[in-house]
Design a protein around this ligand. Structure first.
Ligand code: SAM
Length: 229
């Protein structure tokens, strides 16, 4: 099997990909990292000013970010989310069924929600809850915007850039990919990522983002938030 389940320091599971020789989340804590980078610095920041938002995730993976996002929006029924997750290598359901997120996230309905996220169809918009719709795009980020029918492709307000590390997957962390993403964003859209590498930040600027450096998760010095200008 190309994928192995491992436990991170906050007790939550993550995966190790033998193909990429890389882990899906921080070894210091998968859930803690997702909450810090994507939910706190991304989702809550954008939801403070908008009632409906469209999210693009680069690397749907275990679906942990999607799960935490769906749980967060359940608490505010007057707001809604369309979530477009790109993933060329879907994690088999036999593996996602073994991940311990539902035991660790103490919110009602979490197990049903996680199952629904993984069992929903690929390449079409599916209603997961009354205010959370999901499109799982079975393709790469390099091809997602041409592979997806135009009527299914929204303009995004928030990007979770959660690819494998630049050293392990340099093809994704480049100016061309960022420019393609930028063209699909509304003005003022936000991109968040755990990465704070100099070359990536220069590419983000060149693609049309202003940058903020925020404290990273687990006492890491920095993470990055870009603002589409
Ligand atoms: C760091 S992991 C993602 C973690 C994920 N957000 C989660 O919460 O589990 C990176 C993901 O990017 C996916 N990926 C690999 N190549 C990709 C590509 N060209 N475009 C988009 N995603 C890709 C991997 O299969 C993997 O699921």
């Amino acid at each position: 099997m190309d994928i192995e389940i491992i436990e991170t320091e906050d007790g939550s599971h993550t995966l190790f990909s033998k193909t990429f020789n890389e882990i899906y989340h921080s070894r210091r804590g998968a859930i803690e990292e997702s909450i810090h980078v994507f939910i706190e610095a991304g989702l809550k920041h954008v939801l403070a000013n908008k009632d409906h938002i469209n999210i693009l995730e680069v690397g749907l993976g275990t679906g942990l970010n999607a799960l935490l996002t769906a749980l967060e929006i359940q608490t505010t029924p007057s707001q809604s989310i369309k979530y477009f997750g790109v993933e060329p290598l879907p994690v088999p359901v036999e593996i996602t069924q073994q991940l311990n997120y539902e035991q660790l996230v103490a919110q009602e309905g979490v197990a049903e929600l996680y199952t629904k996220i993984h069992e929903s169809a690929w390449n079409s918009w599916e209603s997961i809850t009354p205010n959370f719709q999901l499109y799982k795009a079975h393709t790469t980020i390099q091809k997602a915007f041409v592979d997806t029918p135009t009527q299914d492709l929204p303009t995004f307000d928030l990007v979770y850039f959660d690819a494998f590390a630049p050293s392990k997957h340099p093809e994704i962390w480049n100016l061309e990919v960022l420019q393609q993403i930028r063209q699909q964003l509304s003005i003022g859209a936000i991109l968040v990522t755990y990465c704070a590498k100099g070359q990536f930040k220069r590419d983000l600027k060149a693609a049309g983002f202003s940058l903020e450096s925020l404290p990273g998760p687990h006492f890491k010095r920095e993470m990055t938030r870009g603002n589409a200008i």
